[in-house]
Design a protein around this ligand. Sequence first.
Ligand code: F3S
Length: 417
Amino acid sequence: MYLTSEEERIYEGERGWTLQKAMQILVAIGELNGAERLIPIKSAHVSGASYKTIGDAYEFVERLQGRVAVRTTLNPVGMDLERWREMLIDEDFAKKQRAVLSAYEKLGILAECTCVPYEIPPPRSHPLETSLASSPFRPREGEHIAWSESSAVIFANSVLGARTNMEGAPSALAAALLGKTPLYGLHIPENRNATVKLLICDEISDADFGALGLLTGEIVGDSVPLFEFKGIPSEDELKQLAAGIGATGSVGIFHVKGVTPEAKEDMISEVVHVERSQLRDFLESCGDAGAGVGSSGGGGEPDVVAIGCPHCSLNELRRIYKILKEESKRSRRSKVALPFFIFTARAFRGSEIVRRIENFGVKVFCDTCFVVSPAFERFSCILTNSGKMWRYAPLLSQRRPKVILASTEECVKRAFS
Ligand code: F3S
């Protein structure tokens, strides 16, 4: 791989051990993938921030010196940084988690601790009144970035038209420190073309998008899909689709007819029809990875409801509040009857909508999520609207809980019954 003379000097260690290690990582990845050179990036997003998943490997991050070269955000950690006691997190874990966070913050990484960095509102603005389009955290079309966190990568490529490969935590961190990434994969326009068209024959909504994402990974493998829906999906639905695809597939981009700027049909070589009933069949065929869609999947009685994987947007919070209000009235209960957790970005902490949601007995946590925190290991049957959580919660919990995937309405309804 070609390196400029300055990059050579970094590689040789003339700019210090940290940048040398970062350059070695990028060169190794670049050479493995046939990259010709490095290109500048506008932002980075680093995963591997929860002590539950990173463990003592964070000590490597502690050894790094210097500052990141571009705006860099961090994925969720293992606890709400303010309300961790309420989550029943023990002191020892909290201490270790704070050490992980300090190691990243020392490098200039912004501890936003969310998996939806593209939904962080502009700084110093009221989040409830700000258009995300003007947020510096939201990548622009054609912008090169280096993000880890599969759901965010796929969303950035597919919905925003930014360009990133599916980075791992070390390569995203190396790219952040150098402000560069190897030019290969989804940074190259030709590699972003769709080759399989998925014609969605029925109208789908809500949790169907997460289920469709899981099924898509199975159908297309590493080919790029182009979806044609009946109607135009919302951004929140596309977020669920991205998360579902990221949870099972190896593809880092999809196109949606009428939405994705790059959506073209020139390279399509295969058309697959997908019916709504296939989503249910697929999940049921997955056996003990989850219990199926809705209450008909034989998944037993949920002992917890968890929403916010990926982290809830403001629109999702508003919608959940509306459903909570309706169900509270219908059931004549003022509080939910099941433990109910929602996860969102810190920008919304203290907002009126969160306060109103919590009045129904729901806990809204920031900085963390159901999957990367050890706080939720005590539950054995989770009801969620997230395809990604359906897939990951059993894999990352020692207890291997059952997971029931259901619409947001169904989740709220069950919480009141
Ligand atoms: Fe985000 Fe946690 Fe889901 S990091 S995508 S809420 S598993």
